[in-house]
Each structure stands twice: as structure tokens, then as C-alpha cells.
Design a protein around this ligand. Sequence first.
Ligand code: PLP
Length: 365
Amino acid sequence: MNIMPNNLKRQYELNAKEYEEKALEVLRSGWYVLGKEVEAFEKEWADYIGVKYCVGVASGLDALWIAFRLLNIGHGDEVIVCSNAYIACVMGITINGATPVFVEPDEYDNIDADKIQEAITDKTKAILVVHLYGQACDMDKIMDIAGKNNLRVVEDCAQSHGNTWKGKVVGSFGDIGCFSFYPSKGCGAFGDAGCITTNREDIDKEARVFRNYGSEKRYHNKVVGTNSRLDELQAGLLRVKLKYLDSFNEERQRIAERYLAEITNPLLRMPKVRPGANSSWHQFVVHTDARCELQDYLSKKGIGTLIHYPIPPHLSEAYAYLGKKRGDYPIAEKYADEVLSLPMYNGMTKEEQDYIIESINEFKL
Ligand SMILES: *Cc1c(COP(=O)(O)O)cnc(C)c1O
């Protein structure tokens, strides 16, 4: 058997005809950037997340840095983020000149909310909450700390499309929610795309202007903006995907439940879901001291796995200028050495699941 860590073709095939019809409809419309598909998608996504506004942009990274720009967070400011974040989260902070302040993750692979308070200084302006691997962070504690310290909250929901904290969908808690619709994400486009969500009318207005060269009225530019527009083709295809997002999340939940119940190899520590959170299982991440051996073993059996992520941001070459060294964030460093993402995708057959579970259970050192 040959099993990929993620298999986008399978998900496409589940509803191929609808995507193809929508693509043709957009191609034949003669209108390709910021049009009625984008408008409709923005409305549908805002409704789905449970916020007043959604503004489509070109990628998840754009959503992040535009969010911090609109919140006026840049040079001289600090933003708190988990030390095991994806590099794009940190770039979203630093593109505007702000400094990331790392806080270690807990046993749920998400920021340890009990360690946030001690990281706050008089320069701290915001918390970037990364709902990693599809699981919501502890939003009760985080919103409470943010409120007490007058901090803005930006949520990175790139990996968490539609999952909840105590029944409320993530991306609706903070000042701004940032989403990536990169193809591998829960509601993935067929190219790059992203959006921000917010209940703040001022942010909605400013984001619409900022993403389009800072112009409200054509050739009248209010601010130095950027080109980060969502195109009609992606928006149209995302509208089709969105109809199936809940069923995609449910299907991955069923696969995760099988993994959790049936993988019994003591060499692996299975992912835990925080009480109050649910997971959309963007990744199914196990921890193991024998990561290298397990990955090689599975690869020889035709089972592909990925590592999210092998280098924590503070040790990345790009962030050498922060002056951090190995040992500064020992939990993130340990996680980077032991995490492994098992295959997880929509359209995974029962036989594939059986084979993965059996193979892992037979693994020994
Ligand atoms: C994918 C991702 C991003 C970046 O999104 P792009 O659309 O690739 O720019 C940011 N944060 C997290 C957590 C992600 O998984």
C-alpha cells in the first residue's frame, strides 16, 4: 500500500463535478478579482464563524500581517505567541517590525495559558493565539488575561476551520481571526487564499481599503496599502468547499477516534484534546522518542508522514537576529524532536486506516 500523509486528490474527487461546474461558471463570467463570488463567500464565512465581518485576502500570512498592521502593532511592540508555532505565525508579527515573545506549549500542543502573564511587559500589545493542529486554545484563560492587561487578541485559525471552544467557533473570540485557505487546510482553496474575520466595523472597513492599494474609491488612495485580493475562482470554489466543511471535519473526527482507540503502541504518546475544546484534526500529531525510527519504518511500509515542525521558530535561521539559543524554550525544542503527523485526509479508506493502525502497532525498536 502507498499512503500519502495528505491526499488532496481524494477530497477533490468527493465533489469533483461541483468544483468543475463552479470553475467554468467563473471562467465564463468575465469577472475575476473581487466580485460577487468573493462577496458571497465573505458573507457565508462570516456566518459560519459567527462574526459580523469577513474580508478575503490573498493568503494566511497576509491575513496575519494585515491584522497587526490594522491594529497598529509594529516597531517597539511585543506580541506573545507559542514557542512551537508555525514560522508564518511569527512572520505575521515581525513583518510589521514587532517582536515575538515566545511562551511554551502545554500537553495539548497549544500555548500554556498559565505562562502568559509572566511574559507580559509594558511593551506587550497583543497575544497571537495559534489554534495549532486543529485544536482550540484555552480561550477562557486567554481572553481573561488579555482583558486584564488591555491586550489585543489575534487568532491564527489557519489550521482550525470550524472547530470550537465551549461551543463557540474559533476566529470569533479575538479582535481579529486570521484564516489561510491554502489547499491543505480544512477548507482549502485550489491555490492561495485567506481571510480575516472580525466583529469590529472599523477593522472591516480598513481591511477592505488596505487589501486594495489603500483605495476606497478607484485612484483615490487613503493609505499605503497592499495588493492582497481574493480572486473569484478561489472564492467560488471555497463556497463549494464550505458546504462540505462540517462533514469533512466529522470524517476526520471518525478517523481520529479510530487512531485514538486502536493505536496501542506504548512507544507513542497520542494527542490529547483539552476539555472544552474540540479538534478538527487538521493534523493528527503523535509524540515519540523514536521519531526517526518510526518515520523510517512507516516509510518502508509505504506510509508517508510529516513533521510539524522540525525547527522551532526561535532556532530558525530567519530569526537568528532575535538572539535566542538552544535551551531557551526546552518544551518547544523537545516537541520539535518528537512530533510526527500521521496520515489524515478526507476520503481515507477503511483499508488504509486498518493498514496504518496495524503497522504502527507492530512497530518496535
Ligand atoms: C498555513 C498557516 C499559515 C500561513 O498561511 P498561508 O496561506 O500559507 O500564508 C499561518 N499560520 C498557520 C498556523 C498555518 O498553518
